[in-house]
Design a protein around this ligand. Structure first.
Ligand code: ARG
Length: 498
């Protein structure tokens, strides 16, 4: 049994519970249940959450100014010391929330014990995680925009670099490299919106739920939410502490973005192989083999591809933790953090790696367009030519297929087939059909919106620029939580904040 009064305050392990226990927890189980090794990462966020809570308690009169003053300045001091790297979060505490309370107690003594009025660690852990997910998303989004910017710059240069577009990894129809790269651009543009939504879902304050059943103290959860820069506040105190949907949404945004990056990365691996030879990796984005001196391995791209697996794992872990979990808070929820942190960290790292690899790729225009010399990529153009001359598409498809068979038999391209031979397969072709069967004509004729013709791609580039402008606008509008700004400016005790 710990004798709370005989141990000097500073050295006392400050457990947040214990009154009803006679003996200490088994040390192994203490280690097993401790979240400090990973939730120490939430120290700044929990301090900010605590500042908002303390400030609200002072405004509503739950805390007297005499108590709120030292609490606010003590928390603010801790935050500064942590941010400046002068204070490390470690020790034997069971989680970061206990660590903070102990450190606060060490500095200001008894008023520290009043900070926990009308809140529980259940609200705290969710609040801190929400703040940290928001911060991580705010760091991911500039990386995402920078990658989009890089792809867009490459696309601008390659509006007239022809290459095969593929289905089933078989050459399908001619497109431009710009068009192909922009396909990846739009995938991550949609990720941007998903991240912003996850950011908004994370902006719902659970502070004031107080464990699960609210509090008899006159709190103002809306005020706390406002101080934290959250857009909304919980409607149900049980849901407030049980809900981790925001974390799932963030992990899903991560998982899908990682999947998108893996599809791009797979193409980098394929395209830089000797078999494709569409692009070369500069030295700064390739690695060598310890055994085979000639090797130039696309390892960063391979890892972008590979890491998608673990991010999907993070999302899965989170969903499985939640599945069937009884309301409200259960310790299982402590397992949310490592998964979300890992998903957010991994995606951010993958975005940065993808940008670097993209900048280190040199495309081989000849190889790209050379890949169109074989494979009859303009067979659809032949069918479309027949359609324009009145042949129903089904019949046109059949006839063009016969022409392909004949070209294959002769080892010739479609455009090089003698007119009479072509006519025996496709009786309705015009005399100048050959001009419709060139790659150049094929791409330039596909002017439908969202298509590969250079003018259509120009329009697409305009849309992509607008998309990036929206992404930057969202980031420009982001503001640090008002309570954090008040901390930075030393205004925590001012009459007015926000
Ligand atoms: N460390 C816990 C977590 O990360 C917070 C404590 C929740 N409350 C409790 N009574 N165990 O979720």
């Amino acid at each position: 049994m710990t004798n709370e009064t005989s141990v000097p305050a500073a050295a006392r392990p400050r457990k947040l519970w214990g009154g009803r226990f006679e003996n200490d927890l088994d040390p192994d189980l203490h280690r097993f249940t401790s979240s400090l090794p990973f939730d120490r990462r939430l120290v700044r966020h929990d301090l900010v959450g605590s500042l908002a809570h303390a400030r609200m308690l002072r405004e509503t009169g739950v805390l007297s100014s005499d108590d709120a003053g030292p609490i606010l300045s003590g928390l603010s001091l801790l935050l500064t010391e942590v941010e400046e790297g002068r204070l490390e979060v470690d020790g034997d505490d069971e989680d970061v929330h206990s660590w903070i309370e102990r450190e606060l107690f060490r500095r200001i003594g008894e008023p520290a014990g009043r900070l926990h009025t009308a809140r529980s660690r259940n609200d705290q852990t969710s609040t801190a995680l929400r703040l940290s997910v928001r911060e991580a998303i705010e760091q991911i989004l500039p990386e995402l925009a920078a990658l989009g910017e890089t792809w867009l710059a490459i696309a601008r240069e390659h509006r007239e670099t022809w290459m095969p577009g593929y289905t089933h990894l078989q050459r399908g129809q001619p497109v431009s490299l710009a068009h192909h790269l922009l396909a990846h651009f739009w995938a991550i543009a949609a990720d941007r919106v998903r991240f912003e939504r996850a950011h908004a879902s994370s902006g719902v304050s659970p502070l004031g739920a107080a464990a699960l059943a609210g509090t008899p103290h006159p709190v103002e959860p809306r005020r706390t939410a406002q101080l934290l820069g959250f857009e909304d506040v919980f409607a149900n105190s049980i849901h407030a502490v049980a809900d981790r949907d925001f974390a799932v949404e963030a992990a899903f945004a991560c998982a899908l973005a990682a999947v998108h990056l893996s599809r791009w990365a797979e193409e980098v691996v394929l395209w830089t192989s000797s078999e494709f030879g569409f692009a070369k990796l500069s030295d700064s984005v390739a690695k060598g083999s310890s055994l085979m001196p000639q090797k130039r391995n696309p390892e960063p791209a391979e890892l972008v591809r590979g890491k998608a697996g673990r991010v999907i794992g993070d999302l899965t872990a989170l969903l499985v933790v939640l599945k069937g979990l009884p309301l409200a808070y259960d310790s299982d929820l402590q397992e949310d953090k490592e998964a979300v942190f890992d998903a957010l960290d991994t995606v951010r790292a993958c975005l940065s790696a993808a940008r670097r690899v993209s900048a280190g790729l040199a495309f081989d225009r000849e190889r790209l367009s050379g890949a169109l010399e074989e494979g009859h990529a303009t067979a659809t153009d032949l069918a479309d030519h027949l359609v324009r001359r009145g042949v129903p598409f089904r019949a046109a498809h059949e006839q063009a297929g016969r022409a392909v068979r004949e070209a294959e038999r002769r080892g010739s391209s479609l455009a090089d087939l003698p007119l009479d031979v072509l006519r025996s397969a496709c009786p309705d072709v015009s005399d100048d059909v050959a001009s419709f069967l060139s790659v150049d004509h094929s791409v330039r004729s596909r002017r439908s919106s969202g298509g590969p013709a250079p003018e259509a791609v120009m329009e697409q580039i305009g849309l992509a620029e607008r998309e990036l402008e929206e992404a930057r606008g969202w980031l420009r509008r982001r503001r640090a939580p008002p309570i954090y700004r008040a901390h930075c400016e030393g205004r925590l005790l001012d009459g007015q904040i926000a």
